[in-house]
Design a protein around this ligand. Structure first.
Ligand code: DGL
Length: 260
């Protein structure tokens, strides 16, 4: 495997573009091929078996492109498929999980009250139950499925403040938000909502996501395998999608270039 081979990044749809932005920033010399499976989104309300099958198809596609590593820029696909994918393929496969550890660590040893916002499937899977188990003794954790926040991005409605704010009210009004320490954005689509969450949540509530940690991990894995691109290599991003419409191509490009 050569260090100038591309990195494959995929998600159920457009959410993983938030991870690509982080990757491009942190590792500007890498060639990135993104695959969004918008034709099959959302994954978060499918069965684990369906998500596994779709994930295998995408990884097989990346393998045929000789990528040097794969980032599953999707918490849902990671929970349903990462274990099986790693057993089946030899290239490094980096997964994602809700950044609950980061949120709890921010308390510096004090018990934290944390809301984990994610897809229904992520929150139902064993991987998340195991993650919760590590923290529930010392912290209070609330799981909040927010499937509409995926649809809003896929429908191109992220710029519609009324739609976004009413979804946030629907999902979070039942909490006493002044007594919450942090909200974990446990789905890559939700990272695009950061400034809406900032406006919606009291100032004392921290907003946490796992994108930077994922890219940091990718970098150290590639470094340990001597697979980091050279400083002279020219980085690039190729956005591809199972939905080949113009609408999705334009939306993908605008999410890549936006700073939301
Ligand atoms: N972006 C995905 C995640 O991080 C899943 C969204 C979906 O398709 O439901 O979990």
């Amino acid at each position: 495997m050569s260090s100038c081979a591309p990195i494959g990044v995929f998600d159920s749809g457009l959410g993983g573009i938030s991870v690509v932005r982080e990757l491009r920033e942190a590792m500007p010399n890498e060639r990135i091929i993104y695959f969004g499976d918008s034709a099959n989104a959302p994954y978060g309300i499918k069965t684990p078996q369906e998500v596994r099958e779709l994930s295998f198809k995408i990884v097989e596609h990346f393998a045929s492109l000789n990528v040097k590593a794969i980032v599953i820029a999707c918490n849902t696909a990671t929970s349903a498929a990462v274990k099986d994918l790693r057993e089946h393929y030899s290239m490094p496969i980096i997964g994602m999980e809700p950044a609950l550890k980061l949120a709890c660590d921010l308390g510096g040893g004090k018990p934290q009250r944390v809301i984990v916002a994610a897809t229904p499937l992520t929150l139902k899977e064993r991987k998340f139950a195991e993650l919760m188990n590590r923290f529930t003794q010392d912290h209070q954790i609330f799981s909040r499925p927010c499937p509409d926040l995926v649809e809003i991005v896929e429908n191109g409605d992220l710029g519609n403040k009324n739609i976004v704010m009413s979804a946030l009210h629907k999902y979070f009004d039942s909490y006493d938000l002044n007594n919450i320490d942090s909200v974990v954005l446990g789905c890559t689509h939700f990272v695009f909502y950061k400034s809406y969450f900032r406006e919606f949540l009291p100032d004392c509530v921290k907003i946490v996501d796992g994108n930077a940690g994922t890219i940091h991990h990718l970098k150290s894995v590639l470094d340990s395998m001597n697979l980091l691109a050279d400083k002279d290599d020219e980085g690039s991003v190729l956005l591809t999608n199972s939905d080949s419409s113009d609408r999705i191509a334009k939306l993908s490009q605008s999410l890549l270039n936006s700073d939301c």
